[in-house]
Design a protein around this ligand. Structure first.
Ligand code: NDP
Length: 409
């Protein structure tokens, strides 16, 4: 990549796309041109107008259906960016990666591929692009959001600078904010509900290290059947439920010697009651049903009824508190730390007209992009974010609005 002439193309003009556009527009010294393209161009135009008003920077907008590889390739050939920041939905990951290969453009995303007809997200589809990206001399950075993303980088930092041996990692995600609606999801409702209605899973090393997945195996539990009351910095004690989350799949391979990795997310009783009812009546299903001669997918219909996550931003109050509780050994003694960030919904809105969930995803996406554009991170192939040097990323993350801390526990 040539420095100083970095053009980025952002795909997806949702909650996260808005933050990425705002943040890129304030990085004149690294990003010379910004293009924002999405399925609905009017949303891009709205963000571009807002950014122009707030920062004075011009963003070029375009329309694309990123499920269509040819159309996406044509978009890349037209605008000739150095890097695509993919913040559309996980369903588009592979088609955008194909287009990047066809047009010779580097790639970054924040969520791993998930087939639309099967609620199952795994890295295997994107890892299968390893040879093609390597041979093309291109870099694909996977999962540069908050979780996955910053949480992986916290683990890489713990490995590099805080521990001699890491034994366990618990990633804990709390949104203690209030949006004032009886029920709403903080990011794409379809993706969010698909994620939390699946069985919980965590990874544990087999006693003799002979398990099939990185020397261990997945332990599966009923959805939301394990919880933990955790004292989160700045927001206090909240009940967190064990979920499967995509970063576990790469971290169990990339953090040396780790014995167990789990992921926990907090939900209020009110949220869980709504979700239980919706599930019981079939509204969270991804199986199409015939309604008055038309096929509809219940969860997609539900998405149409729920508030647009971006619309929650204006009146959101409170904070998110997300981090990694890491246990292990340093200099022969046991050590336990929580590495975390706290993000304020109102501060995120004041800066980028977005709530903290979109903010904590969009800022790390931009930090990952800067690492690639300035070649602090370089390489050919497909990379999970914890495989790269955590230090420059964490330094930039704090400067860009997500300060992080290490607390002894
Ligand atoms: P939104 O639903 O708000 O936005 C998604 C955007 O993608 C919309 O603008 C949508 O267009 C666009 N889009 C959807 N399909 C296509 C398509 N075929 N072609 C072009 N554009 C398309 O989602 P979010 O902004 O909340 O999330 C964006 C991504 O970030 C998701 O992949 C999500 O999983 C990920 N994420 C990651 C997190 C992390 O910490 N790692 C946390 C939160 C989110 P349209 O306006 O037409 O619907």
């Amino acid at each position: 990549m040539e420095l100083g002439v970095s053009k980025v193309l952002i795909i997806g003009a949702g909650g996260v796309g808005r933050v990425v556009a705002h943040k890129c527009s304030r990085l004149n010294d690294v990003i010379s041109d910004i293009v924002l393209a999405s399925r609905t161009k009017s949303r891009c135009d709205e963000i571009a107008a807002e950014v122009k008003e707030m920062t004075g920077r011009t963003i070029v907008t375009d329309q694309v259906d990123a499920d269509d590889v040819e159309a996406t390739t044509a978009l890349l050939r037209k605008h000739r960016p150095q890097l695509v920041i993919n913040v559309a939905l996980p369903y588009q990951d592979l088609s955008i990666m194909d287009a990047c290969l066809a047009a010779g453009v580097h790639y970054l995303d924040t969520a791993n591929y998930e087939p639309p007809d099967e609620a199952k997200f795994e890295y295997k589809w994107q890892w299968a692009y390893q040879d093609r990206f390597r041979e093309a001399g291109l870099m694909a950075l996977l999962g540069s959001g908050f979780d996955p993303g910053v949480t992986n980088v916290f683990c890489a930092y713990a490995q590099k600078s805080l521990f001699d041996e890491i034994h366990t990692i618990d990633i804990l995600d709390c949104n203690a904010g209030n949006h004032g609606h009886p029920f709403a999801t903080n990011f794409n409702p379809e993706i969010n509900i698909r994620e939390i209605t699946q069985p919980g899973r965590y990874w544990e090393r087999s006693p003799d290290g002979s398990g099939e997945v990185a020397g261990g195996e997945w332990k599966t539990i009923e959805p939301m059947s394990m919880h933990w009351d955790f004292d989160f910095p700045e927001v206090g004690v909240h009940r967190a439920y064990l979920l499967y989350h995509e970063e576990l799949e790469s971290l169990c391979r990339n953090i040396r010697g780790v014995q167990r990795i789990r992921f926990w997310m907090t939900f209020s009783e009110n949220y869980l009651t709504h979700l239980r009812v919706l599930q019981n009546v079939g509204m969270t299903s991804i199986e199409p049903v015939n309604f008055e001669g038309r096929e509809i997918v219940p969860i997609q219909f539900l998405k149409a009824l729920l508030p647009d996550p971006a619309s929650l931003a204006k009146n959101y109050t409170g904070k998110t508190s997300i981090g990694c509780l890491v246990e292990g050994i340093k200099d022969g003694s046991k050590k336990r730390v929580f590495i975390y960030n706290v993000c304020d919904h109102e501060a995120a809105y004041a800066e980028t007209r977005s709530q903290a969930i979109s903010y904590t995803t969009g800022v790390p996406a931009v930090c990952g992009a800067v690492m690639m554009l300035t070649q602090k991170w370089k390489g050919a192939g497909v990379f999970n974010i914890e495989q790269l040097d955590p230090d420059p990323f964490l330094e930039l993350l704090a400067q860009q609005g997500l300060p992080w801390h290490v607390e002894q526990r």
